[in-house]
Design a protein around this ligand. Structure first.
Ligand SMILES: [Zn+2]
Length: 190
């Protein structure tokens, strides 16, 4: 099972895992600007159909979606794993899932909170799974953004997928090419 934001890293993780087996997805959009919410919802559906029509070994079996975009969330970065893991605890099933995968990469701030994420996961998952836990894993812990883009580019429909990913922070256009996030991605794409 994969927690999918529709961004570069989690999409690379989806492609990587689909090259080996079937997966279930949990899509949670935490963006609080309307343009991005709209754009991501549309692209997530397109990406899903491209991935399932491809020659990858596995298929996306289910794609649960949580409507946290309706909540007015403070911009604290740690609202993301707290909400993701809460949502995941209702879906992760030890009879079906061997792991719950999060796509944090080397540069992410998440590592300062890795212990808290594990503690939170085992606590909340205990409440929903009668004590049989699906392990929380971070397969891209040592990977870079460039590795993520290479995984997507090496996929047969990688260019189409990259065109559907939104990384802009300007909040009103698709990938403006000028904000810090767009400039960083441009560097990694080349
Ligand atoms: Zn931008």
């Amino acid at each position: 099972m994969v927690l999918w934001s529709g961004g570069t890293d989690s999409t690379a993780l989806v492609i990587d895992l689909l090259s080996k087996s079937d997966i279930d997805l949990l899509y949670v959009n935490l963006e609080n600007n309307r343009f991005q919410q709209y754009y991501e919802k549309k692209s997530i559906l397109k990406m899903k159909s491209i991935l399932n029509d491809s020659n990858l070994k596995g298929k996306i079996k289910t794609c649960h979606s949580f409507g946290y975009e309706q909540i007015n969330i403070s911009k604290s970065i740690y609202s993301q794993p707290a909400l993701w893991l809460t949502a995941a605890s209702f879906i992760a099933n030890p009879e079906i899932h061997s792991s719950v995968n999060l796509a944090y990469i080397r540069q992410d701030d998440a590592w300062h909170y890795k212990t808290e994420m594990h503690k939170f996961w085992s606590s909340i998952h205990n409440l929903t799974s009668d004590g049989k836990n699906v392990p929380l894993v971070f397969p891209f812990e040592w990977h870079t953004k460039k590795n993520m883009i290479d995984i997507i580019k090496n996929f047969e429909y990688g260019e189409q997928i990259l065109n559907l990913i939104y990384w802009c922070e300007s909040g009103h256009t698709k990938n403006c090419g000028e904000c810090a996030s767009c400039l960083r991605h441009q560097q990694d794409l080349n």
